[in-house]
Design a protein around this ligand. Structure first.
Ligand code: OAD
Length: 263
């Protein structure tokens, strides 16, 4: 284990940084990770099985019920202090230090955007590149037409809920996420690989490093000799590629890290 100063030192020296995040980044905003035990109605279900085309084809109302519940949680969640710290780094510290930050996230929530972490015209910030899609980028599951109708979510979780219907072809509307077994959005994925290839350092936050191909990114970076650093309370499958690790949650770890980078 290393301390914040080791991690800050590596990131301070880098001109181009990639911040790769996973579900753990949003955990302290109240959005459960994929490794947390599910509670209540969803206790019996494995999220990895619900997030699949097979589940959607067999039980669309169950899958939509689960996503409606998650959408409700995400709509109510607020970006925590760790997001605020990342936003401060990207919007205020990076321009002064002529740093370029690319945010690559496996998260399908919009907490980066709501924290003010969005691509900037002056090019200091790129992303967030949502390699697993975005929950509310709804589209028809058959003809692919984007769906912009209002999507209401129930106050209480419902085990089954009918998805909205596509006004173009009458088929079911699906969430804009990448399900297990589906391809990642090509342009977003290619941009993420390019960002890692061009980076001087990679900060990995809150990902188990178990889901490919996203989990390849730290390995690619390390293979190219780019220093990688990690903030995660637990060791992960990608910890072996790290030059320094901080075993803290994202809120505390990122707040301390950005203060240390600022100096
Ligand atoms: P996981 O749910 O696999 O892992 C969550 C990680 O967050 C673990 O390493 C935890 O130790 C860490 N963690 C927990 N609390 C944290 C905190 N407060 N601060 C920082 N880290 C914390 O999440 P991902 O790696 O994002 O894919 O999973 C990748 C993908 O698997 C997801 O995008 C999703 C899922 O199935 C799809 O939906 C395709």
């Amino acid at each position: 284990m290393s301390d914040i100063e080791d991690v800050a030192d590596i990131l301070r020296k880098a001109r181009r940084v990639v911040v790769l995040s996973g579900a753990g980044l949003s955990a302290e905003s109240g959005i459960a990770t994929f490794r947390d035990k599910q509670v209540g109605l969803w206790e019996r279900f494995d999220p990895a099985e619900l997030a699949s085309m097979t589940a959607w084809l067999e039980h669309p109302d169950v899958v939509w019920g689960w996503y409606a519940w998650r959408i409700g949680i995400v709509r109510q969640a607020k970006p925590h202090a760790g997001y605020a710290a990342l936003s401060r780094w990207a919007n205020h510290i990076a321009p002064q230090r002529e740093q370029h930050l690319t945010f690559v996230t496996q998260n399908v929530d919009d907490l980066h955007e709501r924290a003010g972490i969005v691509g900037s015209e002056d090019g200091h910030i790129e992303g967030p590149l949502h390699v697993h899609g975005a929950l509310e980028a709804f589209r028809c599951s058959v003809c692919g037409t984007p769906f912009h109708g209002a999507v209401e979510v129930p106050d209480e979780p419902m085990e089954e809920l009918e998805p909205p219907i596509c006004p173009v072809c009458g088929e079911r509307v699906r969430p804009g996420v990448v399900w297990f077994g589906e391809e990642l959005p090509a342009a977003t994925w290619n941009a993420s690989v390019d960002a890692v290839t061009d980076a001087d350092a990679v900060l990995v936050v809150g990902t188990s490093g178990l889901v490919y191909p996203a989990a390849m990114l730290p390995e690619v970076a390390a293979g190219l000799g780019k220093p990688c650093v990690e903030i995660n309370p637990e060791p992960t499958a990608v910890s072996r590629f790290m030059e320094a690790t901080v075993r803290l949650g994202a809120a505390e770890g990122l707040t301390a890290l950005v203060s240390a980078i600022e100096g």
